[in-house]
Design a protein around this ligand. Sequence first.
Ligand code: FES
Length: 707
Amino acid sequence: MAVLTIDGIQLEVPEHKGVLECALEAGIYIPHLCHHPDLPENASCRMCIVEVEGTEGVVPSCTLRAKDGMKVKTKSQRLAKLRSLALELLLAGHPEDCSTCPKYGNCELQTLIQYMGGAGADMKYRVKGFKTQEENPLLVHDMNRCVLCGRCVRACNDLRGVGTLQYQKKDMETYVGTLHDKLLIDADCRFCQACSEVCPTGSICDKLMMANSDNKPKEEVVVPCRAACPAHTDVPRYIRYIKEGRFNEAAAVIREKVPFPKSLGRICTNVCEFQCKRGNVNEAMAIRNLKRYAADQDTGEIWRGKGKQLPDSGKKVCVIGGGPAGMTAAYYLRKQGHDVTIKEALPTIGGMMCYGIPEYRLPREIVSEEYTIIEETGIHTEVNTRVESPKALRKDYDAVLMAIGTHNGISLPIEGNELAGVLLNTEFLRKASLHQETGIGKKVIILGGGNVAFDCARTAKRLGAQEVHLACLEARDKMTASEEEILEAQEEGIKIYPARSFERITGIDSVTGVDFMKVLSFEFDANRRAVIKKEEGSEEHIDGDTVIFATGQRPAITEEAGLALGRGNCIAVRERSLMTSEEGIFAAGDAVYGTKTVIQAVASGREAAIEIDRYLGGDGNISEILAPIEKADGFIGKQKQFGYEKRATGQIVAAEKRQDNFKVMDYGICSEDVCQEAGRCLQCDLRLQITPPRLWGDFKGREEDVV
Ligand code: FES
């Protein structure tokens, strides 16, 4: 250690540590610009100069190493004058107008000018005349605002080891760019965005941060996959483990937030992929398939026995409904030490994962395998148990959770909706799952365009329907079903009719078909009523002997249950607490917000567990660390043609082999592709490891105390 004196203040610091860093850490501000604590020094800006007792002239404090007995002065008239000169040089090629800069109010150069009391404000600026580069994904480069501090170049070369950004020269003007001014993708950029993170001006900016008009927290914009996942699964962290072939660790990361990774790896609606920044470069990461692979390979070695299990609290909770929301809530409530019982009306646990989603998408043994792990925590399970009065349960339980899902299908009020041969989505899918007679004929018409409609269509096909037609109000590009679902259904021979209004179901006693009209436009008014504009003379008829309404579903509950109900027969809950109109009775999942996705139900189940635990006197902290906490290596290195690497595709059984049976049809990505696919990740979270700048404003109060 060395004793260093800065402005009369004695500091004990490690010998050879940079004097600028020693000062900043001690709360003594020295102006600086090219220095960044995570980057090697280049001492180019000379803003950080100081005087050292016994040394002639001035020296940059960023490269000055601490020595025992060294005495440093950071303020003097000479230093102020020389810093003004240095600032003028920096500003010589920088535009005068800050107000149009995307970093306005957030620019290190701007705060430096403020610290210097407006020095350099009267000087004549030289216009560089560079064209702003907006053609690259994720980043905008405006070299007119560059002060050549070189932070971006060092971040790209020394911090990341990528080497895309270099100093270039054109018409006697030095600038930062790529060799031969190639596009970033052609210069093997890895789009980690470290350059924009360390840039102290508005020269290199993150397009998504610039577009963040609703001021989302930075972490959400920088790592959008994690923010988009309703359960906030740490996607970049588990993908990094997959890349290293550490599948057990990856599965443990996923399990920190979701109790059934295998199921979600097969049927999650992967909202994370729609936000994945790799999609701006070429194709989004195959996140769901990566999750599936890790979950399938998992031996449990990392997470088993490691999760939280608090001692018994003496409190009893009844969860009504064994779907994803109920299972999740039960799991975390048990871990909080409560005695939990799940009461399920159907013969097995799983809810819509077993009685809605068809088996060819999610094999039942996967659900039951994952429920066994949940049950092993000590949860009691009662199947074939319908609860009529949740209020009555309060005698035996300290809290009750209504996680009953939306098991009642709804029909539309159109002519013919009561004819024989008219079925409802949920009932049809439930009967098919239970291998019961569904009552479909040979020509089936599905009304609706969401994922449930496609489940009905593809199930009907597999049950032997010769013709399956699917019609919906929405135009093709507005259909709510996932694109892969639509394309796979078409491959299986299902005929799709988007933008159709359902005029009437024809037939005397039983269905003979449906009359449609073409829809020109369709929207909901303020009262959520559909406003449909139809094309005159566009009437058409499709023959059929079965019609399945797949136009929505509702919770199977009436007011007799004694709970206040809201729109769509959903259970009304108090804001934030998820408590219903009845004290001690909570609700979660689809039963609260209408039919959504399994991952949303997981998120809702977690929320319910937090609220119920708090209600029962716990701290509501259900978080768990199951995987090792390791700092990711930011030196990602060069990778030729990185931006062009293609997304790995799943192995799907051919349409003719899958359309007449309920066997698994998607085998996910293969072992040969998995690490390569994980290697395509931009590792956006690495950027959050970069130390934020220390601005003069952060020191104001502290400096006055010190000086
Ligand atoms: Fe030290 Fe620039 S020379 S911060």
